[in-house]
Write a protein that binds this ligand. Sequence first.
Ligand SMILES: [Zn+2]
Length: 866
Amino acid sequence: MISKSRHIRGFLFFLLLMGILSCTEKDAGLLEKGISKELAVFRKSHISNVSYNLSFRVPDNSEEGIDGRLALKFEFIDEITDLILDFNASPDLIHEIKIADQIVKADIKNEHIVIPSKYLGKTNTIEFDFTAGSLSLNRHDDYLFTLFVPDRASTCFPLMDQPDIKATYKLELNIPKHWTAVANGIERKVLNEGDRRTFQFEETQPISSYLFAFAAGEFDIVERTMAGRKIRMIHRETDSVRLAENIEEIFQQHSRAIDWLEKYTGIPYPFPKFDFVLIPSFQYGGMEHPGAVFYKASSLLLSESSTLNQQMGRARLIAHETAHMWFGNLVTMRWFDDVWLKEVFANFMASKIIDPQFPNINHDLQFLMGHYPTAYDVDRTDGTHPISQQLDNLKNAGSLYGSIIYQKAPIVMRMLEQKIGDSIFQEGLKIYLNNNRYSNASWDDLIGIMEQQSGMNLDMWNQRWVKTSGMPTIMYRLRENKNNDHLNSFQLVSQSSKNDYWPQQVTVAFEKGDTIQLVPVNIDAYSVKMKTDSIYYPHHLFTNYGGLGYGYFTMGPVSMEYYLANIKKVKSSVARGSLWINYYEQVLRGQLKPELLMEAILKQLPIEKEALIIEYLNTRVSTLFWKIFTPEQRLKYASKIEGILLNMAINTTSTELKSSFFKTFYDVTITQHSIDLIKNIWDDKVVVEGLVLSEEDHISLAYELAVRQVDSTSYILDYQIEKVKNKDRKERMKWVIKALNPDPQERDAFFESLKNEENRENEEWVLEAMNYLNHPLRQPQSDKYIRPGLELLEEIKTTGDIFFPKRWLDALLSGHQSAEAANEVRQFLYKHNKYPADLKNKILQTSDMLFRSVQIQAENDSISIE
Ligand SMILES: [Zn+2]
C-alpha cells in the first residue's frame, strides 16, 4: 500500500530513510516506472468517477512549448490513500498543483506524481498548471495530432493512464486563427479573438485514456449526411482530383460499416458523432479514437491505378476501425493483456462486413494464406506464447503484439464461431456488449457468456487454444477392409507433449483414381475413430484438405509423393494452399527434402492461376533458396530458378504478379548472366515490357547489385544517389549504403556505430542497413555481428519503438544459416541464463529458422555421404 508518511521538519533524515524503506518494501511495484499491473489494480479498487477538464494553448511556432491546464476530479471508493498519477515527461514541466487554492507539494519521480493523502478527501478536484510533454503530440509546423495508445497519454499530461479507469474528457484548444481542431467530443463553441481561436468540445462519454485524442492544424473539412447521419472527413489533401476520386467511396464505406454493426450488435452507434481525420504521416493504418478516427491519408486516398487488393484493403481498414467503436471503445479490455480481443473482433467484423462486397475474391483462400503461414512461423518455435499473455507493466505492452495476436487469434475465433454456431455466437456478443457498455470486460467474461448461450463446456477448448501456446501434430492410422476394398478403420491421432488434444474440425480427403471423398471430422478426443463403411480404401489422402485445421498434418510417403507430383490436379485452391503450407512444415521438420519442394514449386509456378498461391510460392522460393539451401544447392539450382522467374516476369500479364516475379528474380539471382541483366535493367538499357520500375525499385536494384559485389559497386551507388529526386529517399540512401560498402572494415565500423543510440534513431533506416549487413551473401564475415547485436537488445528495447526489438533480431539473424551463427546464439543464451523472458522469447522465435536450417543441412550432408 501507499505510504502515508506525514512530513515533519527536523525528522527529515529519519523520514527520508523511512521513505526509502517503505518505498523499496511496499511501493516498489506501485511506483516503478511505467504503469505496473499492481498500480492499475490498486487504483481501480480505490478510485471512481474520474473526469478530466483539459485546456491546451498551441502556439504558432512548433518549437515553443504547449501550455496546459487540467482540473482532475475523482472520488475515493472507501479508504483515502495517496494518489499516484502517471506523468512520463520531465518533472520540470509541472509548474503548479493546487487543491482548493492551496498549493500542493507532490513528489514527482519515476514517471509518477504522488499527491499525499493529507491533501485529499472523499471527492477531489486537483488543478494542474503544466507544459505538455511533446513525445506523443506529433508536432509539425502547421498541424499536430495525438497518438496515446497504449500508455502515451501520460507522456503529455498527468492522469491515470490505464484502460479500466474510464473517464470523461472535456477539452478546450486554443490554436492559431487559421487552424481548425477535432477531438472525441462534439465541437460546442468556437471563439475567435485576434489572431487566435478557441475550440471548446463537449464532455465525452466515459472512455479509456488510450482513446482520448485530438488533432489541430491546417485542415479542410468535408461533411456528408449518410443515411440520416452526419459524418465529417478532416484532411490536408491538396490534389482535388485525387480527393474527388475517393471521397464517395470513403463515406459510403463508413456509413455501410456503421449500419451493419448497428444491426449485428443491436446497439445504435454508441458515440455522439463520427469524424475521421486523414493524416499524412500517421504511424499506423488507422487508430479507432471514438468520434475521431485517425487514418494514414495514403491508406484511404488511393491512386487511380489502385488494384482490387488495395481497394479491399481500404474497405477492410474502414470496417476494422468502425467495428472498434463497439469492440474496444464501448466495451474495453480491463488490461492490455486482452488487447488481442479487440483486434480480433475488429478484424472478424471487418471480414463479415466487406467480404460480400467483393464476391470475386476467394475469401477462404485469402484467410488461409493470410493467417496460417505467419502464425506457424511463431507457433512452431520455442519462443511462442499463448494468445492470452501476462503483462506486468504497460511499458512492456509492445512485446504482446505479433503474429499470435494478429494471425492466430482470428483463426481461433473462427473456430469458436463454427463450434457454437454463428447465431449463438452473435447472441453471445450482444450480451457481452450490452452488459459492459462504457465499461470494461475480459476474455474470461466473454467465454463465460458463450458457454451459457451454447450450453457447451468450452473450458478444454479455451485452455488449449487461448491459454496454451504451440500447434498440434495430427497423425492418422488406417486399415483396409480386404473384403470390399473399403476402409476398415481410420483414426486421427493428436500428438502432443501432454498426451491430450486440440479440439477442432478438419476435412479429410480420401482419393482413389478420379473419385474424391471429403469427410468432415470433429477432433474431440486424443484419438478419433471415424465411421468408415462407405469410404474406399484410398490411394492417397490429406487430412487438412479443407484448410481450416490448425497444426502440422503428417502425410504417408505415398500421399506425400502423389500430391507433390500432382498438385495441379487438385481443383480446390484452398486445398492446394493447405498442401503447400503443409509441405513447407514438412521441410522444416526434416520430413521432406528441400530440393523436392523447390522442384515441385518450380513445376507449378508457371501453371498456377491463383495470385494468392503464386505470391506464397514466390516467397517460398526465396526462403528455401537463402535460408535452407546450402551454397552448393544454390549453385545447382540457380540457373533453373532464375530462368523460370524471369520468364514469368516477362510473360505474366498481371502487373502485380509481374512485379512479384521480378522481385523474387532479383532477390535470388546469383549467376553472372542474371546479375549482368539486372545491371542493364537498373541502367534502363534493358526494359521488361509492362514492368514499371519506380525510384524505390531502382534503389533496391542498386543495393542488390552492391551486395553481390559487382565491379562497379561504388559507381552504381553514387550514380543512384545522384539520380534520386526525392529528398527523404536521398538522405536515407546516403545512410544505408554504408552497410553496402565493399570494404569489410568499413562495414564493421558502420556496425560499431550502431551501438550509439543516436545512430539508431531512424529505425527504418537501421533495419534496412542491418538486413544488407547480414545478407546471406555476407556470411561468414557477418557472423561477428551476432553476439554484439544480441548484447544490444535490452538497450534497444528501452530506447526504441515497441516493435523495434523483434525487427532488429529479424534483420540481425534472418540472413544467417551456418552452424557457427547458430552457435553464437546458443552461447549468448547460455551466458545470459537470467535474461528477460519477453526478449528471450523473441530471440527464440527469430533464431528458430537458423537452428532448423543447420539441422536440415546436417541431415542433408549425412544423406549425401552414404
Ligand atoms: Zn485495431
